[in-house]
Design a binder for this molecule. Structure first.
Ligand SMILES: [Zn+2]
Length: 357
């Protein structure tokens, strides 16, 4: 009787078991996007690469719905805007709502709080997915406007192709590489395959603009291999510069292009390149307890399926994006927030909440 009474008092004074503890807060977030990377594309990499699979080591898996505001088949701009800004918009819209008015991105919010921000891609730096994290435009095709917005964004580090939108501009003839230098960027260049100098040698007070190609970067089938190594160097560079945390977006951009081309060999190499990057990024993230790693896609492309008996054979069913849900993998502090089924806009909401922005 006495015990039962004591137990009743204990129940009254202790917090309810049903209340979840607040999520752990990460200091840093690394968001990896495989453009056009659906489940079949992931399955292909799982069958082609040696275990352990980096994705099998992630703590949490969820699913996100990728449709844009007016189309079940989103494009990278609308899906990128959903994840970066938390709004569903029309296809081709970059960092704007359905009314074409600019919406602040997670990186803009993070910078306002003193965090460092950066991105590494295998497309041009003004391509739709990275643009959604710093630019605002009704059309993803306004590359020279988007380049001007990148120069003025305050982004601490960026790596990708498309130097021509900075150096060789039709619209105004301005040399944006010179403007970047005036804004305290160190500019690195590449032969399209390898980065010519080391990010680690850049003075810490400088920002980093690293152009991996004048046009689009080469395909993985043409020998492009910079993504894994530069991703780790980008993490190091941001870590060294950040005293209030950082946010890094890494995109394996050309998975989507191989899907569109219905090219199995190209797709296989892009997926293997993405897995090599994930291997080293995951290893890096595991070195500390402060970094949340999220791996997802903006959409699937080609309604791909995987066939074959001994070796995987890809069957592409269209040359366009699909309406399929895409997986979300997460590991690190706050990872459990990514369990379940949700809209792509929830990626923004969850990151914002976890970073306290
Ligand atoms: Zn596409």
């Amino acid at each position: 009787m006495m015990l039962r009474a004591l137990f009743a008092v204990w129940l009254l004074i202790t917090p309810k078991f049903s209340q979840d503890p607040p999520p752990e807060q990460p200091t840093n977030i690394i968001l990896v996007i495989g453009d056009g990377m659906g489940l079949a594309q992931i399955a292909l990499a799982e069958y082609l690469t040696k275990p352990p699979s980096p994705l099998a080591q992630m703590e949490v898996v969820g699913l996100q719905k990728t449709h844009s505001i007016n189309n079940l088949e989103t494009d990278s701009a609308a899906a990128g805007t959903a994840m970066s800004c938390g709004v569903k918009t029309f296809n081709a819209g970059v960092g704007v709502g359905p009314d074409s008015i600019a919406v602040k991105s997670i990186m803009e919010l993070a910078r306002a709080k003193g965090m460092k921000t950066g991105f590494v891609v295998t497309s041009s730096v003004v391509h739709a997915t990275p643009a959604c994290f710093y630019a605002h435009s009704q059309s993803r095709a306004t590359y020279e406007i988007i380049a001007s917005q990148l120069v003025n964004s305050g982004m601490d580090l960026f790596v990708g192709g498309g130097a021509k939108y900075f150096k060789d501009r039709y619209s105004d003839g301005i040399d944006l590489l010179k403007v970047l230098e005036q804004k305290n960027y160190s500019i690195l260049t590449s032969d399209g395959l390898n980065i010519q100098s080391d990010l680690a040698s850049i003075p810490l007070q400088n920002k980093i603009a690293c152009f991996t190609a004048f046009e689009d970067p080469l395909r993985a089938t043409q020998g492009r291999t910079y993504l894994p190594e530069i991703s780790v160097k980008a993490i190091d560079a941001l870590e060294k510069r950040a005293d209030k945390g950082y946010m890094l977006m890494i995109e394996a951009s050309q998975i989507d292009w191989a899907d569109h081309a219905n090219d199995q060999e190209w797709l296989a190499l892009e997926m293997q390149d993405a897995y090599s990057m994930l291997d080293v990024v995951l290893k890096k993230v595991k070195e500390d307890d402060n970094t949340l790693l999220i791996v997802t896609a903006d959409h699937e492309c080609s309604y791909m399926s995987l066939k074959g008996k001994r070796s995987p054979r890809v069957e592409f069913n269209t040359k366009v994006h699909s309406s399929q849900m895409v997986p979300v993998f997460a590991t690190g502090p706050g990872a459990e927030e990514f369990l379940g089924v949700y809209e792509n806009t929830a990626i923004f909401e969850k990151m914002k909440m976890l970073l306290g922005l």
